[in-house]
Write a protein that binds this ligand. Structure first.
Ligand code: NAP
Length: 264
């Protein structure tokens, strides 16, 4: 079984070849309205991936004083620009700009993050996870899948995509009792944890020994390093690492969506 790094490298090589064979490079516009270090790191990662694969990515940085209307008209301009295939707006946004208004303004045909309610794309994190699980032969149909977290960008679309593949899906959240969590986790063939609580899944829970744990969480520990929502080394068949796990799958899925957008 290949590691996530090997899997991503192999997929990237295929995408790069496909892009080379096309009459023109896919074009992605990234809008950033903040200057926080985590966002800068995400944007730099996306710009690096784009360069590596032959996607023409443009970063448009705006001061945090930009008004909501100015940002929306910038998005509309890119919606109307036929040379732009994909648009992403890096989160978070300043408080005076409504995230929903921004998500609803991006043309669903260019919404490569998959955030618009009528988007034609799958959101990158769940898409990357499902494609990776398929690549390792996870059988999906009739398997017990537990999704911890119900956010709009990870938990909910993840649950929907697993249900579409005929998993028996249970979504747990902050109002689920510890006792119920222990029950569902003990019966899970697949656990996707996306709650933003460092090492929340640990040895106080029991797991099926052939279970897969997909760790979406990204938490900065007191050691200054990044840690997942699951303690490394749990007694399961496969546990994705943090860093070097779901983050890479998410970035890969974004590039796949950009490719797809350029075909539309
Ligand atoms: P979010 O919007 O903060 O939502 C967190 C979810 O976790 C909520 O649904 C919350 O429940 C639930 N939750 C919180 N504490 C819980 C607990 N003790 N037990 C069970 N559920 C609990 O989170 P998000 O945006 O989905 O992100 C989650 C984590 O994934 C973060 O660490 C984020 O940085 C990371 N992330 C990583 C990637 C990647 O590419 N690797 C992508 C996106 C996000 P309620 O709804 O009841 O409040």
């Amino acid at each position: 079984m290949s590691t996530i790094k090997e899997y991503v490298a192999a997929r990237k090589a295929v995408i790069a070849e496909e892009i080379k064979a096309r009459p023109r490079a896919p074009r992605l516009s990234i809008l950033q309205v903040n200057d926080n270090p985590a966002s800068n790191a995400y944007v730099n990662g996306k710009m690096r991936d784009a360069k590596e694969l032959g996607v023409e990515a443009t970063l448009l940085s705006f001061p945090t004083t930009i008004s909501e209307e100015e940002l929306l008209s910038e998005i509309r301009r890119l919606n109307d620009d036929e040379s732009v295939d994909g648009i992403i707006v890096q989160l978070p946004l300043p408080r005076h700009i409504q995230e929903e208004a921004v998500k609803w303004t991006v043309d669903p045909k260019k919404d490569v993050d998959g955030f618009h309610p009528c988007t034609t794309f799958e959101p990158c994190t769940p898409k990357g996870i499902v494609e990776y699980l398929s690549s390792v032969g996870f059988p999906f149909v009739g398997k017990n899948a537990v999704v911890l977290g119900r956010s709009n960008i990870v938990g909910k679309p993840m649950a929907k995509m697993l249900l579409a593949r005929s998993c028996n899906v249970t979504v747990l959240h902050s109002k689920t009792s510890e006792e119920d969590k222990a029950f569902y986790l003990a019966h899970a063939d697949l656990i996707v944890v996306a709650i933003g609580k460092m090492h929340y899944l640990d040895s106080r829970f029991t797991y099926k020994k052939d279970a897969i744990i997909v760790d979406v969480g990204i938490n900065r520990g007191e050691d200054g390093k990044l840690h997942g929502d699951a303690l490394p080394g749990l007694p399961v068949a496969l546990q994705t690492p943090v860093p070097g796990g779901v983050g890479l799958l998410t970035r890969l899925a974004l590039m796949e969506n950009v490719m797809e957008a350029s075909k539309k």
